[in-house]
Design a binder for this molecule. Structure first.
Ligand code: PCA
Length: 323
C-alpha cells in the first residue's frame, strides 16, 4: 500500500512537471482550413511540435472561429491569443504603411512582391514591436483579379456594383470606380455572394476557388493588380517566456513556413485559375480599356497613399524602386 502511494506521488509529480514544461498556444486565423495559407500554418504548428518534442503545442483555430479576422491583431497584442495570422492591409486604416502591398500595380509579381517586403519589412516590424508583437513570417496571396456578375469592359461598367472589400484600399477603389464598397471578410464571403449582398469582388483565384465563386459569378478578369500578404504574429511576452531552444525552434519553423508558403502560393496560381475555368467561369485578361482605367485608379491611390504615409512611406517606395 505504501509503495503504491509513493509511486502515485512520483507519478503525480512527473505529470505536473510535464505539464509545467509544456506550453499551449492558441492560434486564431481568418481563412478556411482547406486554404493553402491555413494548410501551411498547420504544417508550421506540426514542425514546432516535433522540433520541441511536444513542449510547445500550437492549436490552430481557422476560419475566424476563435476571433473575427479584424480582431486577431488586437487579440495577439493583448495576449488573449499568443499567436495569430492576419492580412496586413486589412489594418491600413490604423497605419497607411500596412496598406502598402495593396496599392494597385505597385508590385504585381512574386519577385516584385518579395522586393517590396524587403523594402518595407523593418518599418512594419518596428510598428508591431511598438505594440508588443513580433512578426514571425509572411506569405503573399496570388495576384488579385476582379470577379463580377456583370461583364466589365471598362471601370465605368462597375458603376453601382456592390464591390466587396477585404481592406480599406479596395473600399477606396470602389469609391473611385463609382461602385459601392461592402466590407466583408473571407469567412462570410460565400454567403454574401449567394445572397446578392455583393456582386463584384477583387481577390485571388485562391479565394474564388475556396468560396466556389462559379456558383454565383461567371466573369473573372485576371488584372494581377497586387499580391496582398498575410503575416503570422506572436505576442512578445509569450515569445520571451519560452526557453531559448524553443524560441530557436519556433523561428526555424517560421523561416521554413515562409519559404514553403511563397513557393506554394506561386505554384498554385495557375492551378486555381484552371479550376475556375473548369467550373465554367470565363477567366480572361482585362480589356485594354479596363486595364488602363484600373491603372489610372492605381495612380491616384499611389498619390493619396504617399500623402498619408509621409516620409516613411516615401523612403520605402524609394528603397523599393532601387531594388
Ligand atoms: N484572398 C483574401 C485576401 C486576398 C485574397 O486573395 C480574401 O479575399 O479575403
Amino acid at each position: 500500500m505504501r509503495t503504491i502511494r509513493a509511486l502515485s506521488g512520483v507519478l503525480a509529480l512527473a505529470l505536473s512537471l510535464g505539464a509545467a514544461a509544456q506550453t499551449k498556444w492558441d492560434m486564431p486565423t481568418p481563412y478556411a482550413a482547406s486554404n493553402f495559407h491555413t494548410e501551411n500554418i498547420v504544417q508550421f504548428a506540426a514542425d514546432v511540435d516535433k522540433a520541441t518534442a511536444g513542449k510547445l503545442k500550437i492549436t490552430v483555430h481557422p476560419a475566424a472561429s476563435l476571433f473575427k479576422a479584424t480582431e486577431i491583431k488586437r487579440a495577439v497584442q493583448g495576449g488573449q491569443a499568443q499567436i495569430g495570422e492576419m492580412i496586413i492591409s486589412g489594418y491600413s486604416n490604423e497605419d497607411p504603411i500596412f496598406g502598402l502591398d495593396s496599392i494597385p500595380f505597385l508590385a504585381t509579381s512574386y519577385a516584385e512582391s518579395a522586393k517590396l517586403w524587403e523594402a518595407s519589412k523593418k518599418a512594419i516590424e518596428d510598428r508591431f514591436a511598438k505594440q508588443g508583437m513580433l512578426i514571425l513570417y509572411t506569405v503573399p496571396w496570388p495576384p488579385q483579379g476582379i470577379y463580377s456578375t456583370k461583364p466589365l469592359n471598362s471601370i465605368a461598367d462597375m458603376k453601382g456594383l456592390k464591390l466587396r472589400a477585404y481592406n480599406p484600399m479596395i473600399s477606396r477603389i470602389a469609391e473611385l470606380a463609382g461602385a459601392q464598397p461592402v466590407t466583408i471578410q473571407a469567412a462570410e464571403l460565400a454567403q454574401a455572394m449567394a445572397t446578392g449582398a455583393v456582386n463584384a469582388n477583387i481577390t485571388s483565384g485562391s479565394t474564388g476557388y475556396d468560396t466556389k465563386a462559379w456558383e454565383v459569378v461567371k466573369n473573372y478578369y485576371d488584372t494581377q493588380a497586387w499580391l496582398p500578404k498575410n503575416i503570422v504574429i506572436v505576442n512578445k511576452k509569450s515569445f520571451d517566456a519560452l526557453d531559448k531552444a524553443t524560441q530557436a525552434a519556433l523561428l526555424k519553423a517560421a523561416a521554413d513556413a515562409q519559404a514553403r508558403g511563397w513557393k506554394i502560393s506561386e505554384e498554385k496560381t495557375a492551378w486555381y485559375l484552371g479550376e475556375l475555368r473548369k467550373n465554367g467561369m470565363n477567366v480572361q485578361p482585362p480589356s485594354a480599356q479596363l486595364k488602363a482605367d484600373f491603372q489610372k485608379i492605381g495612380k491616384q491611390i499611389t498619390e493619396e497613399w504617399l500623402k498619408t504615409a509621409g516620409p516613411d512611406g516615401k523612403a520605402i517606395i524609394d528603397a523599393y524602386s532601387k531594388k
